[in-house]
Ligand binder design. Structure first.
Ligand code: XMP
Length: 506
């Protein structure tokens, strides 16, 4: 993982299992202060060694008074480093320092009015809790309240601050100002984090590591691997080879577009047309997890075969980004619903001297900004998330070339129409269901799969709401799909949120 440059001030975000840890770190970086997420179990000695200017404790799903709820080391409170506890973080702070936390009969979920006790008018803030602080530890005072709880508290002398609400959420009015006040007025931040500095540091590091040798990258055409390829071709021009495995599950024209963009860059692009091979392996396979597994394994096999033809290449690059590292860091997690397979995983049989991950300190939106700076087309940089196994998990049941063809067309129509919306959903696509339905086209009876449309709005994809697309647009998509694709005669719109559904149908 990338450490901050020696010149960067650092804020630590300690994870206690809350959903918003990345949002917190990203909000801090958005305020020009470098933030890293660490486990809530980090020791006080490790913290001291990192020398942060401030610490933020995240929320978490447990009750602080349960024996197995995560707790920080008690030494933290006496380090003299300013600490802001958010939600569970505030409850843990108060509980560990002698205050009292209890569970109320009803929770506060959603936007709630918070009234400051001294300065400022009431404001609206996002709350998501049932436990609340009912007695403060000695030396603390209440700074704001809601109708039913202490909304914030502080012990200025010890530089300890707690908020029950979520200042990192866009639903909290002036949440950014609140965080900015903590960073700049309390922690003494100077605002020395800039994306450009990060990039020049990475370019120097890549040059130092790779020298005059060659480096290999699995290019998927997704935002991360594309930006990674562009950064590497800038850092070590002519030394990068990209292997782009076309598994045949890309969207309409996508594989050609990727080839067109990267064949203009200062790198060597190898496109492997492996469509038939993947389809062959998936013959008769209907179960989603089995599809993911087969595609993942086959991908690595194809990649290895191609890489071996190139002879020894000492370095292997990956477009790993910061949330990938945070999510796989063994923190305090929930259940695994899907084995999110990212095509482009590390081939085990190839013997590389070193793995290079130049984006591993960046959040997704920072990667997009970097992509724009590197001159990638906006269509690629703003690409909505697309699963590694691609359309294979959007053709329900067994995959055939014909079904893929139908889905590609339906999906292209859906995206073309929604691309025109001013505020676009976070992700939108078509699914070819495995339900056959009777229709009538001309004088003929049809009996073909139903096409489902999916569009969701979310910030983190862990939860999402289905997007309320205007009926006019839905009608147009439906009419176009049934008119332009022979045999498709039924289109439905998915109106479930996550949970209980997931974004993808498989
Ligand atoms: P779900 O369906 O789990 O999707 O609600 C959440 C987000 O993850 C994407 N997704 C995947 N991405 N490999 C990926 O790289 C996968 O196997 C995979 N499955 C789902 C999905 O498109 C959505 O953005």
């Amino acid at each position: 993982m990338n450490q901050p440059t020696p010149t960067n001030q650092l804020v630590l975000v300690l994870d206690f299992g809350g959903q918003y840890k990345e949002l917190i770190a990203r909000a801090v970086r958005g305020l020009s202060v470098y933030a890293e997420i660490k486990s809530g179990h980090i020791t006080a000695a490790e913290i001291k060694a990192l020398n942060p200017i401030g610490i933020i404790l995240t929320g978490g799903p447990k009750s602080v008074y349960l024996a197995d709820s995560p707790k920080c080391e008690p030494e933290l409170w006496g380090l003299g480093i300013p600490i802001l506890g958010i939600c569970y973080g505030m409850q843990m702070m108060c509980h560990m320092l002698g205050g009292e936390v209890s569970t109320a009969d009803t929770g506060e979920y959603g936007c709630v009015t918070v009234t400051p006790l001294s300065a400022g008018p009431p404001f609206s803030a996002l709350m998501s809790h049932r436990d609340r602080v009912t007695r403060l530890p000695e030396g603390f005072c209440v700074t704001s309240t809601t109708e039913s709880c202490i909304a914030s508290c502080e012990n200025r002398e010890k530089k300890l601050y707690g908020v029950q609400f979520h200042p990192e959420s866009e639903h909290t009015n002036d949440g950014r100002e609140f965080l900015g006040h903590f960073l700049y007025e309390i922690c003494g931040a100077v605002g020395d984090y800039r994306l450009d500095d990060y990039v020049s540091l990475q370019i120097n590091e890549i040059r130092g590591t790779v020298g005059k040798q060659n480096i290999l990258l699995a290019l998927s055409g997704g935002v991360d691997s594309s930006v990674c390829a562009s950064l590497l071709s800038k850092a070590v021009p002519g030394q990068l080879t990209c292997i782009f495995v076309d598994h045949g599950f890309m969207r309409q024209n996508e594989a050609d577009e990727i080839e067109a963009v990267f064949s203009k860059r200062n790198l060597r692009l190898i496109r492997v047309n492996a469509q038939k091979r993947f389809l062959g392996k998936l013959k008769g396979v209907t179960e989603p997890e089995a599809k993911r597994k087969i595609i993942g394994e086959e991908f690595i096999r194809v990649f290895e075969e191609e890489a071996k033809k190139l002879g020894k290449i000492p370095f292997f690059a990956q477009g790993t980004i910061y949330p990938d590292i945070v999510e796989s860091g063994g923190g305090i997690h929930g259940a695994t619903i899907k084995s999110h397979h990212n095509v482009g995983g590390l081939p085990e049989k190839l013997d590389f001297e070193k793995i290079v991950e130049p984006l591993s300190g960046l959040f997704k939106d920072e990667v997009r900004v970097l992509g724009r700076k590197l001159g990638l087309p906006s269509k690629l940089v703003n690409r909505q998330p697309f699963p590694g196994p691609g359309l294979a998990i959007r053709v329900m049941g067994e995959i055939t070339e014909r079904k893929l063809e139908v889905l590609r067309k339906a999906d292209a129509i859906m995206r073309e129409e929604l691309d025109r919306m001013r505020t676009k959903p976070s992700q939108y696509f078509a699914v070819l269901t495995d339900t056959l339905s009777v229709g009538v086209k001309g004088d003929d009876r049809t009996y073909e799969p139903v096409v489902a449309l999916r569009a969701v709005t979310t910030t983190d994809f862990m939860t999402c709401e289905y997007t309320q697309i205007p009926h006019k647009i839905l009608s147009k998509i439906s009419a176009r799909i049934t008119n332009e694709i022979p045999l498709v005669s039924r289109v439905v719109y998915d109106i479930t949120s996550k949970p209980p559904a997931t974004v993808e149908w498989e």
